[in-house]
Design a protein around this ligand. Structure first.
Ligand code: SF4
Length: 358
C-alpha cells in the first residue's frame, strides 16, 4: 500500500519522533500553524503527545470561517431577510453574526442555500433568472481563485459578498505579538499550492523566523517540526518546503493571476482580532456591478464579534487552548456552540471537542 498511507506509517513516525527528541532544545520552543486542517491532523493523530516537553505547537488563525467578522455575517443575514437568496458553504451556515446566523435567517423565512462550490451558485442563478442571488465568498487564498474565475462570467442576477482573507499578513501579525513568543511557523500546504513560497520569505529574512511549509498527513507535520528544530539547532532561520509533492516555489501562477485580475488587496478586519493591514480581498472597480455591497443598500451596525464569555478571539491567535475557555464543553458544545470556533469543522474548539469523545 503506497500513497497517503505511507504518510501515516507508524515506524516512520517513530523514527521522526526519535530525531525530534535528539533535537530538543535547552529552552521551551513554540511553533505555530495557521490551518484548521493542520490542527485536525495534530489533534486527531495525537501528535502533541509525541513531542518532547519543551516543544509545543499552537493553532493560529487558520479557520476561514471563524475569522469572518460578525459584521460581514450580519450583511449576509440582512440580504437573506430582504428578499435576496444567499448562497454559502455549509461551514458558514451556523456561524453566529452579531445576533443571528444564516441558519436563523432561514428559519425566519429567508432563502439561504448551502453549496459545495461557487459553480453551484452560478448554476442556480442561471436556472432562476427572476431571482436575485448573492454568493457569500469566504475563504483564504485557496478558494479565491475559483471565485475570481467565475465572477467575470457570472449571470447578471448573481453578485458576490466578498469576505476573503490572506494568510501571510495574519502570520505577520502573530510575529508582532511579543507575548505569543513564536519560534517558528508551520505554513499551510493548500494555501501554499496557490501562492507558492515567495510570500513567506519575509518571515526568515525580516523576522529571523524559521518557516516550513507542510502537508496535512501526520508525517508531514512531524517532519515540519523536525525541520524547524533543525533550523533552531543550527541557529539559522530559513524557508523550507516539506510539501514538495504539491507546492512549488512559484505556486499556481494562473490562479494568482486570476485573483490579481478580479480582486485588490486592502486592509481588513478579522473576527476578534481587529484590522490587519493588506489582509483582505476586495472586488476591483471594473467588477463593482458584481459587488453585493454596492448593489444593495445593506444596513448593518458595527458588529459584535464575541459572545459574552467566549474566548474565541484568544483561541484564534493561539493565546489560549480551548480547554482554557471556561465555557468549553459546558455552555459551549458542538451541538450548542457559542462561538465561531465551535461551529466550523476547522475551528480549534470544535476539533478539540470532537476529539474529546463527545
Ligand atoms: S469553547 Fe466556545 S465559548 Fe469557548 S472559546 Fe471556544 S467557541 Fe468560544
Amino acid at each position: 500500500m503506497g500513497g497517503l498511507f505511507s504518510f501515516r506509517d507508524r515506524d516512520l513516525a517513530r523514527l521522526i519522533v526519535e530525531k525530534i527528541r535528539e533535537l530538543e532544545p535547552p529552552r521551551p520552543v513554540k511553533f505555530c500553524h495557521v490551518c484548521g486542517t493542520h490542527e485536525w491532523t495534530i489533534t486527531h493523530s495525537g501528535l502533541r503527545a509525541l513531542l518532547p516537553e519543551r516543544v509545543s505547537v499552537i493553532a493560529g488563525p487558520g479557520c476561514p470561517v471563524c475569522i469572518v467578522p460578525a459584521r460581514e455575517i450580519d450583511e449576509a443575514v440582512w440580504l437573506a431577510l430582504n428578499g435576496v437568496t444567499v448562497v454559502t458553504f455549509g461551514d458558514m451556515y451556523r456561524v453566529p453574526g452579531s445576533e443571528r446566523s444564516l441558519e436563523d435567517a432561514k428559519s425566519l423565512g429567508g432563502d439561504v442555500r448551502v453549496v459545495y462550490s461557487v459553480r453551484d451558485a452560478v448554476e442556480m442563478a442561471r436556472r432562476e433568472p427572476g431571482r436575485d442571488f448573492v454568493f457569500f465568498a469566504i475563504g483564504f487564498e485557496t478558494t479565491a481563485p475559483m471565485n475570481a474565475i467565475e465572477i467575470p462570467r457570472s449571470p447578471e442576477n448573481l453578485s458576490f459578498l466578498v469576505s476573503h482573507r490572506l494568510i501571510p499578513p495574519a502570520m505577520e501579525l502573530l510575529v508582532g505579538m511579543e507575548d505569543l513568543n513564536i519560534d517558528g511557523f508551520i505554513a499551510p500546504g493548500h494555501v501554499s499550492t496557490i501562492i507558492g513560497m515567495k510570500p513567506y520569505l519575509r518571515f526568515p529574512q525580516r523576522y529571523g523566523m524559521p518557516t516550513v511549509i507542510a502537508g496535512f498527513e501526520p508525517l508531514d507535520v512531524l517532519m515540519a517540526v523536525y525541520m524547524l528544530l533543525r533550523q533552531i539547532r543550527e541557529g539559522r532561520a530559513r524557508l523550507e518546503n516539506e510539501y514538495t509533492r504539491a507546492v512549488t516555489y512559484e505556486g499556481n501562477v494562473r490562479a494568482q493571476r486570476a485573483i490579481e485580475e478580479v480582486f485588490e488587496t486592502v486592509d481588513g478586519a478579522w473576527r476578534g482580532i481587529g484590522v490587519i493591514p493588506s489582509s483582505t480581498l476586495r472586488l476591483r472597480e471594473e467588477f463593482s456591478e458584481r459587488d453585493a455591497r454596492k448593489r444593495y443598500d445593506i444596513e448593518v451596525g458595527p458588529g459584535r464579534d464575541i459572545y459574552p464569555g467566549c474566548s474565541c478571539h484568544l483561541v484564534i491567535i493561539g493565546k489560549i487552548t480551548p480547554r482554557e475557555c471556561p465555557l468549553f464543553l459546558k455552555a459551549c458544545t458542538p451541538e450548542k456552540p457559542k462561538g465561531a470556533c465551535m461551529v466550523s469543522s476547522e475551528g480549534t474548539c470544535r476539533i478539540w471537542a470532537l476529539e474529546s469523545g463527545l
